[in-house]
Design a protein around this ligand. Sequence first.
Ligand SMILES: Cc1ncc(COP(=O)(O)O)c(C=O)c1O
Length: 384
Amino acid sequence: MSPTPVTYVSPTQPASYSWEATDEQVAARYGVDPATIVRFDLNTSPEPPVLAAELLAAGRFETPLSEYPPSDYRRLVAAAAATYEVEPDELLVGAGADEILDLVGKAFLPAGGEAVVPAPSYAMYRVITEQRGARCVAVPRRGPDAGWAMDVDAVRAAARSAAVVWLCSPNNPTGLAEPNGTIERLLADLAEDAATDRREPPIVVLDEAYAEFVGASLVPLRADHPNLIVVRTASKAYALAGLRVGFAISRPETIARLAPYRPPGSVSTVSVTIVTEALRQPAAMLANVNRVAIERERLAGSLTEAGWRVGPSVTNFLLVTFADATTAAATAEGLLRRGLVPRTFGADHPLAASLRLTVRNAAENDRLIEAARGAMRAAAGGGR
Ligand SMILES: Cc1ncc(COP(=O)(O)O)c(C=O)c1O
């Protein structure tokens, strides 16, 4: 029997990813010097590791630039396998975590199928789901007082008819990890339901883009759950977002189902070379994680002192919530006028009254703190 769907739903208008304005657009719209613009919207790190500049200067890459990278990314796979403590056949390389998510959609989400997302979460899950002609079922997370934890029972119920469940821990944009044991429980529940219904359990994607910031991972769960695909990236703690390297980690049989959808050579030979070394020399990543932890507490403390409501975070970003969506939008506008770019959420988003702000370096964070103080002074009628 064909594994492909019997019905087809036309993705007439799939959700699309929306970015904040580019530096050039911000500069033109607000009359600020583009050199002074700071991106608080992308959850990246302010500087790449020194080894990136060293390797670029040396100019010796995995293959000459006239050639394609090795089709199996052999040395990168070996370095990643050592880092994540898995076997090389449990890994798949992609052009960033985003390409891995896209491959999961292509391999496992039939048109007309369903995917479940504890919402709010990373916007790409919905985009990819709808691009496949599948339906995205958003299951509201418990609120801020419950640490934005997913509602395990509701996710379980929704997943009964789903092909894919998109999980993200620590979660973007809410900044916290799922409470201990909940993902394990959900995986066990899904396996039980699948056995009862005599079908395969849905693929569970666990996006661990921010895992290094908490120093914990659920990669070991793959041993008992071949339907689990963990996603990792070089973009966040490794501070190499521009190189576009991400990984899928799963049991070999699941990787083998994903692999046919992988494009040949989507990761450049420069990226392969630099990320291989970054994985082999984790000191810079660990220093970045420590730096972020210190700056995060300082930034959160100072923004709170200034009068902003800052949620707890274990990541490299903060979620700040305002009185209402209008205040959040006005605050974003005020930041943009100073060349500081926050992540905003659309008016119909559950976080419309919030802004997400990346923890950057001390000097850049100081500009944000100053802006928060100015905004609060202005709101209190004291001018800017
Ligand atoms: C949860 C999550 N997953 C994936 C990504 C994309 O990562 P990459 O740069 O590896 O494509 C992001 C980027 O912000 C993210 O927040």
